[in-house]
Design a protein around this ligand. Structure first.
Ligand SMILES: CSC[C@H]1O[C@H](OP(=O)(O)O)[C@H](O)[C@@H]1O
Ligand SMILES: Nc1ncnc2[nH]cnc12
Length: 290
């Protein structure tokens, strides 16, 4: 199968990467079903990358409907070691304004209906997740953003991403609650992805692109899709520049990541006690440890 060590998941507004050359569409099948869409392999400068439109190229999948496990397993099948997630978010802080970029370092889980693990069916594993974002990948991403000096964009390094279930946006009481918790941004997708990427020993970092002030801000209209769409396109253009620069830096100097050995001390079940069918299903994740 074709290979790429850098993966990109494009969220709302980022359904393709215009700069990709020598594009090949790969329809992978995984033990967890099909990914949201074909994985698009292409060359950015001289580096092969794998791109996936998180909600499908025509935005047909709700956050709760996303095949998170197939998406991450599909990236693993292509050999991805670094995964950059580009995501639209609402801002929970005055200083993070629409069009700004945030590279968060924490998550709060407010999802209800997601399967966020590859394990079960006779194998128990508990990954460490105190630092859910790969620090070194986040540094490369933040440095790439800073180096571009994008007009109208302020970079915020660090911050907490609240991952809500959706699809309805938050109530004002919820939005204010998250603000009282000190959270910075809100979205509906990144937390299950980050957990599964860690279980798959893939370094994961989020490029959060602010589209709105959610519904808490007294001087701004509450978030609606109409309001978000206006900023998505400008964010998508900026995001592509950032991703290209990040890929260039990563391919020149791929950093070490704790994620790359996340399962080393995480698996509780003795591997010879794991049912054969489960071992086969998780082959790609377990092969190093068998
Ligand atoms: C377009 S508004 C809500 C929608 O946007 C974000 O998607 P993504 O994280 O894939 O960029 C948010 O999580 C919601 O799914
Ligand atoms: N305010 C918001 N809440 C949840 N997800 C979002 N994505 C973009 N804006 C959002």
């Amino acid at each position: 199968m074709a290979q790429a060590s850098i993966g990109i998941i494009g969220g709302s507004g980022l359904y393709k990467m215009d700069a990709l050359k020598d594009v090949e569409e790969v329809r992978v099948e995984t033990p967890f079903g099909s990914p949201s869409d074909a994985l698009i392999l292409g060359t950015l400068d001289s580096t092969r990358v794998a791109f996936l439109a998180r909600h499908g190229r025509n935005h047909t999948l709700l956050p709760s409907e996303l095949p998170f496990r197939a998406n991450i397993y599909g990236m693993k099948q292509l050999g991805v070691k670094y995964l950059i997630s580009a995501s639209a978010v609402g801002s929970l802080k005055e200083e993070a304004k629409p069009l700004d970029m945030v590279v968060p370092d924490q998550f709060i889980d407010r999802t209800k209906n997601r399967i966020s693990t590859f394990f079960g069916e006779g194998i128990v594993a508990h990954i460490a997740f105190g630092n859910p974002i790969c620090k070194n990948l986040a540094i490369v991403l933040a440095d790439a953003i800073a180096s571009l000096n994008l007009p109208e964009v302020t970079l915020h390094c660090g911050g907490t991403y609240v991952c809500m279930e959706g699809p309805a946006f938050s109530t004002k009481a919820e939005s204010n609650l998250y603000r009282s918790w000190g959270a910075t941004i809100i979205g509906m997708t990144n937390l299950p992805e980050a957990k599964l990427a860690r279980e798959a020993e893939i370094a994961y970092a989020t490029l959060a692109l602010v589209t709105d002030y959610d519904c808490w801000h007294p001087d701004h209209d509450s978030v609606t899709v109409e309001l978000v769409i206006g900023n998505l396109l400008r964010n998508a253009a900026n995001a592509q520049k950032v991703i290209q620069e990040t890929v260039r830096r990563l391919s020149e100097n791929p950093p070490p990541s704790e994620a790359h050995s996340a399962l080393q001390y995480a698996i509780l079940t003795q591997l010879d006690k794991v049912p054969t069918a489960t071992k086969e299903k998780l082959g790609l994740l377990l092969q190093k440890y068998l």
